[in-house]
Design a protein around this ligand. Structure first.
Ligand code: FES
Length: 300
């Protein structure tokens, strides 16, 4: 996906590449070294259990807490209300704790992004690190009875976090990171023929189209499976993926989906893959949007 304006300029800052590569490799190695447990933790942090990116949920904590802290500081400064100053301190701490959780989840998602989103994500993350450092400095200043300095550092940190949030918005709305790339595709409501049965080879994923929408067909023994072919993670072509038992692994970032019902077996995808009913009639494979009823997938 292209970039314009400030984000375009950031995407072209190639001097950031070594930082990007080192950090990415470090995160990947950390999860790989954890074996199956590392994989479980990684999936949990992506939000595969939630059906939604966990990072997006966790970011509400620091944004909310820091906004509250700004309001408490203002009341304290205007009305000389000490109790609001203490409330601001507590809100800052909640925000910092929330930001650490959001950072771990965000870093986990970030490693599975591609350029230019990867670079924009790096800058988004670095700005947030700077913001957390300033908020931490603010807390230290407050503890040392330099409340004025503390408030100033918080205001600076909040401004930086706001700019970082703009880059977060670009990642989601501009680069479509964390968005379901398989959503909104027109799938047939009723059975329509898409391929001659004789053309679907055992164990070889095949792409067919219905009104331009790519659909994945897989034959396993006497069963035919059908899923939307565009990977829900970032739009990878599942027909070029690898079959592992009754699942397909995306060739781009390795998300694994059950052929049976499209559920995510392995991230980074968090949105299930749209599933279709498939049947064979008069030598043709027919598909329709999954009815939710027991699936008819026999190839006889
Ligand atoms: S596009 Fe990323 S796992 Fe499929």
């Amino acid at each position: 996906m292209g970039t314009t304006g400030v984000t375009g300029k950031i995407a072209r800052q190639d001097w950031l590449k070594p930082v990007e590569d080192t950090l990415r490799k470090g995160v990947q190695r950390a999860y790989e070294s954890g074996g199956p447990r590392g994989r479980k933790i990684k999936n949990w942090l992506h939000g595969t259990w939630l059906g939604h990116p966990l990072h997006a949920v966790l970011t509400d904590v620091p944004i909310g807490a820091w906004t509250a802290a700004m309001c408490f500081d203002l009341v304290d400064a205007i009305g000389d209300r000490e109790e609001f100053g203490k409330a601001a301190d507590a809100a800052l701490m909640v925000g910092i704790a929330g930001a650490l959780g959001a950072a771990v989840a965000g870093l986990t998602d970030w490693q599975d992004t591609d350029p230019p989103a990867r670079r924009i994500g790096l800058v988004h993350g670095l700005m947030n690190v700077g913001s957390v450092a300033l908020f931490t400095g603010s807390l230290v200043a407050r503890k040392r009875d330099s409340r004025g300095l503390g408030r100033g550092l918080s205001a600076l940190a909040y401004a930086l976090a706001t700019v970082a949030a703009q880059f977060g918005g670009e990642l989601v709305y501009g680069q479509r990171v964390g968005v379901d790339h398989s959503a909104g595709q027109k799938l047939p409501e009723d059975f329509v023929p898409v391929l001659a049965e004789s053309e679907l080879r055992e164990g070889t994923p095949q792409r067919v189209r219905y009104e331009g929408v790519p659909i994945l067909l897989v034959r396993r023994g006497n069963r035919v499976f059908a899923l939307a072919e565009t990977c829900s993670h970032m739009g990878g072509p599942l027909s070029e993926g690898r079959l592992i038992d009754d699942s397909v692994k995306c060739p781009w970032h390795g998300s694994q989906f059950s052929l049976e019902d499209g559920r995510v077996l392995d991230g980074p995808a968090v949105h299930p893959q749209p599933c279709l009913d498939a049947r064979v009639r008069n030598g043709q494979i027919e598909v329709r949007k999954a009815s939710g009823q027991p699936l008819v997938r026999t190839a006889t």
